[in-house]
Design a protein around this ligand. Structure first.
Ligand SMILES: [Zn+2]
Length: 337
């Protein structure tokens, strides 16, 4: 039984780049971009990796997939031979944590929010359980995948000459998201709390919520200024302006879906509406992992959860019912009294 639970959604996130041959003939799909100062972004397949190089060593954010670790490490070595001392997981999804066990074996310390460790651990246990029931061998389940340091709210590193703030944002993309802020370089890695130029994925089965997602974007906007370079979970290096665009987009979609929901439009009707998504669809927002329809579905379900079932009876009927109930209660009191 292969360890598929963690990586259930990840293949859809795979972004490939022009293949380049390595010295020994293997294919490499890795692209490293300098973000600012000694901060770099590495793209391969899976979530964007953030890297800080300096005298202290290497500080890494996320590690993509198990099968690409070797190539990633080779490319990092081209910039610095220093050890990768710390690795922060921005959340538990397999396209951001798949290389954890490989990284731990090289001596890297893995740090994450406590819910990330719980979710990876749960997935490992369930894979083991299934393998035992099927009398199979649980391949790929390695306890070294687990972060060895966890925290509940935030954590600060003083590393490579700057203060690096790692803080938790609640119930956003998942329930274990963290944002990493390089305060001197003025670079922010958002994890999947921001998809540049695409509709975001909100993993409601793992505690993600739309309102939490919008709040998290607001939090990042409060830290960022016009010079800040933003490394998104997926997509290209972005600015505060791009982040604001996504936040406003979600706010508008939320408002429109709520309006139609309150006006008793059905899920099918709402998810096929395109008038208020057109501006974003034309920019290619729905061409990623989350289509326009899927985005509207996520928002519809959130609105439904918040608002509950709308009482469709007309106002007079509801008033008549209320009077009837009051009359009955009065009569009951008089009878008993
Ligand atoms: Zn994710």
């Amino acid at each position: 039984m292969r360890f598929k639970i963690l990586i259930s959604i990840i293949t859809c996130f795979t972004f490939l780049f022009t293949a380049a041959q390595t010295d020994d003939g293997r294919k490499s799909h890795i692209k490293i971009t300098k973000v600012k100062d000694e901060i770099y972004m590495l793209q391969g397949k899976g979530g964007n990796i953030g890297l800080s190089f300096g005298d202290d060593g290497i500080f890494m954010i996320d590690d993509q997939f198990e099968d690409i670790t070797e190539l990633i490490l080779e490319d990092i070595k081209k910039i610095s031979e220093k050890p990768i001392q710390f690795l922060v997981n921005t959340h538990h999804h397999g396209d951001h944590t798949g290389g954890n066990a490989n990284m731990a074996k090289t001596g890297t310390t893995i740090i994450a929010h406590e819910n990330v460790r719980s979710r990876i651990s749960e997935a490992m246990n369930s894979a083991l359980e299934k393998a035992t029931t099927a009398n199979g061998k649980p391949e790929g389940v390695d306890p070294q995948m687990l972060p060895t340091i966890t925290f509940s709210e935030d954590m600060t590193f003083y590393y490579n000459g700057e203060k690096i703030m790692v803080f938790h944002v609640h119930d956003a993309h998942t329930d274990g998201d963290v944002i990493v802020y390089f305060t001197e370089s003025n670079v922010i890695h958002t994890g999947d709390v921001f998809f540049e130029g695409k509709y975001p994925y909100i993993d409601t089965a793992s505690g993600g919520t739309l309102l939490g997602y919008m709040e998290a974007l607001q939090k990042i906007m409060m830290l960022a200024d016009d010079e800040t370079k933003i490394i998104p979970g997926h997509g290209s290096i972005a600015s505060k302006k791009d982040l604001r665009f996504t936040k406003d987009m979600l706010g508008l979609l939320y408002k429109r879906v709520t309006h139609h929901y309150m006006n008793l439009r059905t899920e099918d009707e709402i998810t096929s509406m395109r008038d208020f998504t057109k501006l974003y669809d034309d920019k290619g927002f729905g061409d990623g992992f989350i289509s326009t329809e899927k985005m509207l579905q996520i928002i519809y379900n959130e609105v439904k959860r918040e608002r509950g079932v709308i009482d469709v009876r007309d106002m007079n009927e509801r008033l008549r019912e209320k009077f009837r109930q009051q009359k009955e209660a009065r009569e009951k009191r008089e009878k008993n009294g």
